[in-house]
Design a protein around this ligand. Structure first.
Ligand SMILES: Cc1cc2nc3c(=O)[nH]c(=O)nc-3n(C[C@H](O)[C@H](O)[C@H](O)COP(=O)(O)O)c2cc1C
Length: 196
């Protein structure tokens, strides 16, 4: 069984159920000082073998990613009471893929990427909200809505090519929940049953 095909089908079901978590995932990274960090990100795309996320190069998570590629993505869909944990090989999305996404990105999100590039890095401390809004306003004047906004080099994307997937499925009747582990071995997915 291909667990990614099952993931995609289940993801579709969660979207149809209007599960607010269906758009997101949790990304876990490790810093150079071995500090674990988790945060919510938009789950952008799932292909036949990989999961795509967008990450700003100025952010602490990007620093973590340059330190260690041993990341994990977690997805939990409350509407279905199912969880996925995904590990694998990380690579960077190509510039052409990122530029194609950039063209579809909402205006406000583009302005924020330029803020990170030209004003202050993502997750850095800023003196006040007024200062933040002032910086945003300056960028809105520089790049008016409706005009073409240049792609900033700090908008990066990663692809996690899955080699390990763990699926947890609620079994409310007996509370003996179903857990399956899938490992990609020589191009084939091997399935294991885990003690819940
Ligand atoms: C619902 C939700 C969606 C989010 N989506 C993104 C996202 O797509 N990209 C992003 O950089 N941060 C997103 N964030 C903010 C991140 O969780 C995080 O606070 C930010 O990226 C800074 O992370 P870092 O300091 O670990 O680099 C989202 C937060 C929430 C609650």
């Amino acid at each position: 069984m291909n667990p990614i095909a099952v993931f995609k089908q289940t993801w579709l079901e969660a979207k149809e159920l209007k599960d607010a978590s269906a758009s997101y995932c949790t990304l876990a990274t490790i810093s150079s000082s071995h500090q674990a960090s988790v945060r919510t990100l938009v789950l952008r795309e799932v292909n036949d073998d990989s999961f795509s996320l967008f990450v700003n190069e100025t952010s602490p998570k990007w620093q973590d990613l340059t330190n260690s590629k041993k990341i994990e993505i977690l997805v939990f869909w409350p509407s279905l009471m199912q969880q996925y944990r995904i590990r694998g090989n990380v690579s960077e999305l190509s510039r052409s893929v990122m530029e194609a996404h950039w063209r579809k990105k909402p205006y406000g999100a583009k302005i924020i990427d330029h803020f990170y590039a030209q004003k202050q890095p993502q997750s850095s401390v800023i003196g006040s909200r007024e200062l933040l809004l002032q910086g945003i306003d300056e960028l809105k004047q520089k790049y008016p809505s409706g005009e073409e906004i240049p792609y900033p080099n700090n908008a990066r994307g990663i692809s996690l090519q899955a080699t390990y997937i763990e699926h947890w499925k609620n079994s409310p009747a007996d509370r003996i929940h179903k857990r399956h582990e899938y490992r990609l071995t020589e191009g084939n997915w091997k399935e294991f049953i885990l003690v819940p």
